[in-house]
Design a protein around this ligand. Structure first.
Ligand SMILES: Cc1cc2nc3c(=O)[nH]c(=O)nc-3n(C[C@H](O)[C@H](O)[C@H](O)COP(=O)(O)OP(=O)(O)OC[C@H]3O[C@@H](n4cnc5c(N)ncnc54)[C@H](O)[C@@H]3O)c2cc1C
Length: 376
């Protein structure tokens, strides 16, 4: 039986451990916190799952596959509310996404601004060209989904060790012990550049989320999640117990993941509030429920990393989730497991090394100046 050590039980590591043990590998998962901990990038309340990726077909396919795999894991982890895209241009990201989705025969609807307004109890559409609705999309319960992956991996026989591991050549140091396996995968999110400083380069940024109270008429799944790509804002309807979410997708200031403040920067909350006031006028006085922080671990081109270490052939680096990785995790784990088993070649776009700068896979961040100021 082939053996694997996966370090990091965020959504990337948890999904891979679950996949490998499901393919009869002997799996040890090492995590410094508890799975779903809010200090990790996969912790916290919710993540959107959308298939639109502009003109990028492989990521669109990956999200479609992941949609199915999340439902197979547990349909209660997915809020099937759809995602509405607020298009400001006829020929922007939304139009490109629509073309790819139609090519893949995925359900998608182009609505006039007035038709789009009917999806929400109140929506300002005076600046929109159209609204693109993805019905097979929605919201994942993030911390719950991460824990569910770890729980299924353990049910299938994986071992979970709680410890901060350190690389020791191709082995893994856990306290006084050296662990070895046929494959060692470091899926350590924003901690990867600290663990492998000469190999992994990521920009770790402080991000903030605003969760508002809203009347029941704003509840998902009746009301969709939403993205305003050109404005760099996204969110979702009322999802209990969390609330109505609004957040900026624009890169925040750099931050150390180990000392990230728990609360979102005030400017990020103000930006979310201003957008809600403008786009959903009925929520102008909605009280805040919470304002958690999070961090992105971004590559230069926002494509992920899954690549062998240049000096240790059994050691793999897995991360660079770049603010949009959550939804893809189970589909990406299928690819990673196939590569580790020798059934597939690693994807060139996930390789280490120089990347051409770009943010096209994310919903924003394309060159705008981060509005939040220095990290607290
Ligand atoms: C505000 C916000 C909104 C987002 N919205 C979306 C969205 O709508 N849709 C979407 O798809 N994605 C979204 N994302 C991105 C998504 O959350 C991330 O892409 C994903 O969670 C990254 O997972 P990961 O496993 O790579 O990292 P992590 O979850 O950080 O996992 C890495 C794990 O490694 C552990 N670790 C690190 N070092 C060690 C060590 N030495 N020993 C042991 N364990 C270690 C850490 O504790 C951590 O648990 C969002 C992210 C943020 C912050």
């Amino acid at each position: 039986m082939a053996s694997a050590i996966v370090v990091g039980a965020g959504v990337f590591g948890a999904a891979l451990a679950d996949r490998l043990v499901g393919e009869s590998w002997d799996v040890t998962l090492v995590e410094q916190f508890s799975p779903g901990d809010p200090r990790a990038e996969s912790g916290g309340e919710t993540r959107l799952i959308r298939c639109s990726h502009g003109a990028d077909e492989p990521y669109t396919r990956s999200a479609r596959r992941a949609w199915k795999l999340w439902h197979e894991l547990d349909p209660r982890l997915v809020v099937d509310c759809g995602v509405a895209w607020f298009a400001h241009r006829h020929d922007g990201w939304e139009a490109e996404s629509e073309g790819v989705l139609r090519g893949l025969r995925a359900p998608v609807e182009r609505l006039s601004p007035d038709e789009g307004a009917e999806l929400f109890p109140d929506l300002a559409v005076d600046d929109l060209e159209f609204v693109l609705l993805e019905p097979e999309a929605g919201v994942l319960r993030a911390a719950d989904a991460t824990r569910a992956l770890v729980a299924r991996a353990r049910d299938r026989g994986a071992r979970l060790t709680t410890a901060a591991a350190q690389p020791a050549g191709a082995a893994v140091r856990v306290g006084p012990e050296l662990l070895e396996a046929d494959a060692v995968v470091w899926a350590c999110g924003a901690w990867l550049p600290q663990l492998f400083p000469d190999v992994v380069e990521l920009r770790v940024s402080l991000q903030g989320v605003a969760l508002f109270d809203a009347p029941a008429v704003w509840a998902a799944p009746g009301v969709p999640a939403w993205v305003d790509f050109d404005a760099g804002l996204y969110g979702h309807a009322l999802i209990e117990p969390h609330g109505f979410k609004a957040a900026s997708d624009v890169d925040g200031p750099e931050v150390d993941p180990g000392t990230r403040p728990a609360q979102a920067p005030a400017a990020a909350v103000e930006e979310a509030r201003a957008y809600v006031k403008r786009r959903f006028p009925a929520l102008v006085d909605a009280p805040l429920r919470s304002t958690p922080s999070c961090h992105y671990s971004a590559t230069a081109d926002s494509s992920f990393i899954f690549a062998p270490h240049p000096r240790h052939e059994r050691l793999w680096l897995y991360g660079g989730a770049s603010g949009h990785g959550f939804k893809h995790a189970p589909a990406l784990a299928e690819h990673a497991a196939a590569v580790l088993a020798g059934r597939a070649e690693p994807e060139a776009r996930f390789a280490l090394g120089q990347r051409r700068p770009g943010r096209g896979l994310r919903t924003a961040g394309f060159g705008r100046v981060p509005p939040h100021g220095p990290a607290a």
